[in-house]
Design a protein around this ligand. Structure first.
Ligand SMILES: N[C@@H](CCC(=O)N[C@@H](CS)C(=O)NCC(=O)O)C(=O)O
Length: 227
């Protein structure tokens, strides 16, 4: 029996999305359990919404009330330390995550081994501690807390307005839209040279089936979030 080739799984994501935090943690927990090559691909959810002519689910009042409960239940189930911020609308729609996603993209270009920890730290700031993620000093703190040194952080900060970073963020956003994305998390499993799109952190049993792997629940014992 030869060793099975790793299947590529792409996670297109924006730290604006609490549901995406669950998907991100679960996929990183399964990185070694499943025979997959996980690729983290920061995109801009605002661009996906616009490009797919979608609207945020919380614009339907009954859905907004449900989502409020649902994210708390999911946080418990996935053992992800999410606390709803005082004003989620401000975090998501007023302040937004364009600068955060640009910084994350700069990190992904210059220090790819830190993409995972920087992403996690963004969620910890916005969706655990209700802290800002738009100011330069906030980005700096994210980088340092995620294990980058001051010089690496400064290089990434200087790069956030570079065309290279803007183009890369747009490239991943457009790529996701071409796969049929309308929200976050958008997960693309490459199976038999065929991209299969899965939406949501609640589709892991389906993703496992597509990959020919076993879904063993959220593997809470492998949590990397400092609770
Ligand atoms: N059922 C999904 C919901 C994910 C979700 O609502 N994502 C939001 C961003 S936080 C989104 O992009 N929604 C687009 C839509 O529902 O059309 C899950 O459990 O993960």
């Amino acid at each position: 029996m030869g060793s099975r080739a790793k299947k590529t799984v792409e996670l297109f994501y924006d730290v604006v999305s609490p549901y995406t935090w669950f998907a991100f943690e679960v996929l990183t927990r399964y990185k070694t359990k499943w025979n997959m090559d996980l690729k983290l691909k920061p995109f801009f959810l605002g661009g996906v919404m616009k490009g797919s002519d979608n609207k945020p689910p919380a614009t339907v009042p009954n859905k907004a009330r449900y989502l409020d409960k649902d994210v708390k239940r999911c946080a418990q189930y996935f053992q992800v330390p999410l606390n709803l911020p005082k004003n989620p609308a401000e975090v998501m729609f007023i302040k937004g995550t364009l600068t955060a996603q640009r910084f994350l993209t700069a990190v992904d270009i210059m220090n790819q081994e830190k993409t995972e920890s920087v992403s996690r730290e963004f969620w910890m700031r916005a969706w655990n501690r209700d802290e800002d993620i738009t100011e330069m000093e906030s980005l700096r703190q994210v980088g340092l807390k995620a294990g980058m040194n001051e010089a690496e952080v400064q290089k990434c900060l200087q790069k956030i307005t570079d065309p290279e970073v803007k183009d890369r963020l747009k490239k991943y956003t457009d790529e996701a839209l071409r796969h049929g994305a309308f929200g976050s998390p958008t997960i693309i499993a490459h199976v038999n040279n065929q991209p299969e799109m899965v939406f949501g952190s609640d589709r892991f049993p389906i993703l496992a089936t597509l990959l020919g792997e076993k879904w063993e629940g959220p593997l809470t014992e492998l949590s990397k979030c400092k609770l």
